[in-house]
Design a protein around this ligand. Structure first.
Ligand code: PEP
Ligand code: MG
Length: 594
């Protein structure tokens, strides 16, 4: 592993501003520490027949050393109670022991008679490329794990000393092509004040970890690792996704002020934890958190969430180990419910398909997966999987305040069928004398336009709605949410989207059920007042976003929010609405900087 220590810079560079993916909020001004973890150069040569066994033994020994290293990293992460770290390390251990991978290495060694470093390197590259070519963000992240593990073994085979980011003992800003999960896990979090990488996005491990360690980060900068030199001055604005290299004095002054504001703001925000999200004229809004893994519950509490508005249960299924058994699901759901101490927990049933592909499942090779065998459609045809999940949920319901929510409902037939299956699972448990809460509130995600347009019908069947704008916007504007080429069309303030949201809220309110929003639009500060004015009852988002949205809600009245909506709804285009709403918000909130 190579790295370049920070050196004193005498060269004068002109200032450069780069834009990447805002991945963890906060502002940092510091010095570049360039961390180069590119592919190592690996020798390739032929091994004589009589040395093949020794060659394989060398591999096994290096793999054992790597395993020891991972184990000791795991012990330290356990001591520090870093469950997320521990999970990544478990995944690395599984890769090291994967029988298919090990057999392939042995077979190639026998057939090709090449040195083991080369075979290991070439075989893992093959896997990495296969995973990356699938275009699935989850599998892409798994490919980084394979890269990480094979590098660890190669380091031992080639007697290379692995330099740990744990040894960094001065404050720096880490710049790298890609930060491997194990490096991010091992790094000295107190000294790393910011992160900027060429690759990665909001769902990458690095982004997840940066957010949980509260380190400002901008990822997906394409080639920042080739634009910096060690020791160069750098500014990271993680919330805006901006990185400035060699900032001039004026820019530094401006960012120092922003940084002070941000720090003051963070402290002030914590004061809001005990207060309700209540408008100046007394409308109380529910503020919930979205989680993907149970370890996030702590952050849910520390950011003043009233409950969990969306637990994306599919992350229990999208793991290299495959499906979770009923028992494992039961334990996990029960743990979350208990740790939430009676506060509401909305668990969404399995939402796979589209871009969330479950490893090891029968062929889901579809021509149009986003419009295909997804979410509730998948569950209705794979009844065994669905019933197992419902049983686990029902059994866990005695441990807390469980709400169950169904994804991607497109019409009343699907909802009826879903409710029938739930009823039959309940009958079965009742027959067996297994206890569960008979009155679990049930909800439907509204994320398909046909569901939005029939919300008045669906509202008669459930206890609450939650609007999934990530998908609702995608389907309303017919814009693939993951396609960068057409990202400019993905517009939450499109009049079509705002009308759709209004339709859902009206459909629900006419039937006296509440409407929450758990898509990313709920955490967009610029959208908060508009959503309030449209009549939304609750917001659900990643825990860290809650205090800011709460503060906005507490600063306005429902009356002004409705007036803002009235004017915006008269406008013809998203360009006009966007300019109008952002202007209105910027006039009132000086902390909104982008
Ligand atoms: C949504 O579509 O807005 C949503 C919350 O679901 P997901 O992002 O998991 O598709
Ligand atoms: Mg969705």
């Amino acid at each position: 592993m190579l790295f370049t220590p920070a050196i004193k810079m005498d060269i004068v560079f002109s200032m450069i501003e780069l834009r990447g993916i805002p991945s963890s909020p906060g502002i940092t001004i510091g010095q570049v520490f360039l961390f180069l973890n590119e592919k190592p150069s690996v020798p390739e040569y032929i091994v004589p027949d009589n040395a093949l066994k020794k060659e394989y033994d060398r591999f096994i020994k290096a793999a054992e050393k790597a395993e020891e290293e991972i184990k000791s990293l795991k012990v330290s992460s356990k001591k520090a109670q870093l469950d997320v770290e521990s999970r990544f390390l478990d995944a690395h251990m599984l890769i090291l022991k994967d029988p298919v991978f090990l057999e392939e290495v042995r077979k190639r060694l026998k057939e090709e008679k090449k040195n083991i470093e080369w075979i290991l390197y070439d075989e893992s590259e093959k896997y990495i490329q296969q995973l990356q070519s699938l275009g699935d963000p989850y599998l892409r992240e798994r490919s980084f794990d394979i890269h990480d593990v094979s590098l660890r073994v190669l380091d031992h085979l080639l007697f290379r000393e692995r330099i740990s980011l744990a040894d960094i003992d001065e404050e720096i800003v880490l710049v790298s092509h890609n930060l491997l999960p194990s490096d991010a896990l091992a790094m000295n979090k107190r000294m790393i004040r910011g992160i900027a990488t060429d690759v990665g996005g909001k769902t990458s491990h690095t982004a997840i970890l940066a957010r949980s360690f509260e380190i400002p980060a901008v990822l997906g900068l394409k080639n920042i690792s080739r634009q910096v030199l060690p020791g160069m001055e750098i500014i990271i604005d993680g919330g805006a996704g901006i990185v400035i290299l060699s900032p001039d004095e004026d820019t530094k002054r401006r960012y120092r002020q922003l940084q002070k504001k941000w720090e003051k703001w963070e402290v002030e925000l914590l004061d809001l934890n005990t207060l309700r999200a209540e408008t100046r004229d007394g409308k109380v809004i529910t503020m919930n958190a979205n989680i993907e893994v149970p370890e996030e519950v702590e952050a849910v509490h520390s950011h003043g969430a009233e409950g969990i508005g969306l637990y994306r249960s599919e992350f229990l299924f999208l793991r290299p180990e495959g499906f979770s058994s009923e028992e494992e699901q039961f334990r996990t759901y029960s743990q979350v419910l208990k740790e939430m101490n009676g506060k509401p927990v909305i668990i969404r049933t399995l939402d796979v398909g589209g871009d969330k592909i479950i490893p090891n499942l029968p062929d889901m090779d579809e021509r149009n997966p986003i419009l295909g065998w997804r979410a509730i459609r998948f569950c209705l045809s794979e009844r065994g999987i669905f019933e197992t999940q419902l049983r686990a949920l029902l059994r866990a319901s005695v441990h807390g305040n469980l709400h169950i929510m169904f994804p991607m409902i497109s019409g009343v037939e699907e909802l009826n069928q879903t409710l029938d299956i739930l009823k039959s699972v309940k009958d079965d448990l009742r027959g067996k004398g297994i206890p569960f809460n008979e009155d679990i509130p049930l909800g439907s995600m509204i994320e398909v336009p046909s569901a939005a347009m029939t919300s008045d019908i669906l509202a008669k069947k459930v206890d609450f709605f939650s609007i999934g704008t990530n998908d609702l916007i995608q389907y309303t504007i017919a814009v693939d949410r993951g396609n960068e080429m057409i990202a400019y069309l993905y517009q939450p303030f499109h009049p079509g989207v705002l009308r759709m949201i209004k339709m859902v809220i009206d459909g629900a309110h006419c039937n006296s059920i509440p409407v929450h929003m758990c898509g990313e639009m709920a955490s967009d500060p610029y959208a908060a007042v508009i959503l309030l004015g449209l009549g939304l009852d609750g917001f659900s988002m990643s825990s860290f976003g809650i205090p800011e949205i709460k503060r906005i809600i507490r600063s306005v009245s429902l009356f002004e929010a409705e007036e803002l909506v009235g004017e915006a709804m008269e406008m013809d285009s998203y360009v006009e609405i966007d300019r109008f709403v952002k202007g209105w918000m910027n006039e009132r909130f000086d902390f909104l900087t982008y």
